[in-house]
Design a protein around this ligand. Structure first.
Ligand SMILES: [Zn+2]
Ligand SMILES: [Zn+2]
Length: 361
């Protein structure tokens, strides 16, 4: 028996040593399998029919190594939509299995740079990766034409290089860039209906991000499930109205307490400009406790914070970030992370959270 165990131990050591020596080749085979799967995968693979809301970027303009700029992806059944396109979010989309090639339309909430600085990359990826023959539709309040046109100008030289290199069949000139679809969204007026189909409705509504105007949020309804994206906003009765009875509210959060600490540090360091900006931003964003109160009044089921300000490098800062939010709002609260996906199956009241950035590991 002892000899058998010794033999077994030696065989195991040899096996492990062999695997260690072959680790590069094993990793290459694994990589091949991951690519095989990724190349043939569809964004909705493995998901029930329903509304799926995912954070392709939960950050803000402040540098945060764990968060891309603002971006929320929505899968309604098989159809993929993107709301805002911040820096780093297009890479997240790919890593989350929500291929930029499959994006049907983009919706912008407003034109602060952090919400549009991934849009050029998204338009280019979707065109070159899918051989699109028509530009990407980019919905937004008035001003969206300027943003889309400007990015197309900036990417114009790259467009020509790609066509020269890959040929018109692979990169059809007519599919380059985006097509702006501007709408009016004024306070006190009705929501703007952007998609009105039997199973899918997408509407825009004005929010309060003054002096940034227009600025909007979006209501997405699919087969009886409802999600609302607040965009950048101060406490807004319009968001409360839009979010009434929503299964999911994705709302920005700026902690007044934590930004106050940043501002004090800026003052102590004699950085008057930065201190002024850190004071100004508190007037057009919303503290998490106020969001929680709004969500409670609106009867929201799940509240997800995104556009997290300031960055939270330690998970233990989530408590101070939320303050008394959990006392105010009794539903599920999540301080959003990049990769989070909230699945709202059709014909059900369930909400399930997964993280699409962690699925391969
Ligand atoms: Zn923003
Ligand atoms: Zn903004």
């Amino acid at each position: 028996m002892k000899r058998f165990l010794l033999g077994l131990g030696a065989a195991l050591i040899l096996l492990l040593a062999g695997a260690w020596l072959m680790r590069g080749e094993i990793a290459v085979r694994l990589m091949g399998r991951i690519y095989d799967r990724a190349m043939t995968a569809s964004p909705a693979d493995g998901l029930p029919d329903g509304l799926h809301v995912a954070l392709c970027g939960s950050g803000s303009p402040m540098p945060d190594p764990s968060r891309a700029g603002p971006c929320t992806a929505v899968l309604a059944g098989q159809r993929l939509f993107v709301f805002d396109s911040g820096a780093g979010s297009v890479r997240n989309l790919s890593l989350m299995g929500l291929s930029p090639f499959r994006v049907e339309r983009v919706f912008l909430t407003h034109f602060h740079s952090d919400h549009i600085d991934g849009l050029g990359e998204l338009m280019l990826q979707r065109w070159a990766g899918s051989g699109a023959t028509a530009p990407l539709l980019v919905h937004g309040p008035k001003g969206v034409e300027t943003v889309v046109g400007g990015l197309m100008t900036a990417y114009g030289l790259d467009r020509n290089y790609r066509i020269a290199h890959h040929g018109e069949a692979v990169t059809p000139p007519a599919g380059f860039g985006g097509q702006a679809v501007a709408f009016e969204a004024l306070s006190g007026t009705d929501d703007v209906v952007l998609i009105d189909e039997p199973d899918l409705k997408i509407r825009a509504f004005p929010v309060d991000h003054a002096p940034v105007s227009p600025a909007v949020g979006y209501i997405i309804e699919y087969k009886g499930r409802k999600a609302v994206i607040g965009g950048d906003t101060n406490v807004s009765p319009n968001v409360e109205r839009a979010a009434r009875g929503a299964d999911l509210l994705v709302h920005e959060g700026l902690s007044l307490r934590l930004v106050g600490i940043q501002q004090d540090a800026a003052k102590k360091a004699g950085k008057a400009n930065l201190a002024k900006i850190l004071g100004d931003i508190t007037t057009y964003h919303t503290d998490p406790e106020a969001v929680a109160a709004l969500a409670a009044k609106a009867g929201v089921k799940t509240l997800v914070f995104t556009h997290i300000v300031p960055p939270l490098p330690l998970r233990s800062l989530e408590g101070p970030f939320l303050g008394k939010s959990r006392k105010v709002f009794k539903g599920e609260i999540r301080v959003g992370q990049d990769g989070d996906m909230f699945t709202l199956p059709a014909g059900s009241e369930d909400t399930k959270r997964t993280n699409r950035l962690k699925r391969f590991f």
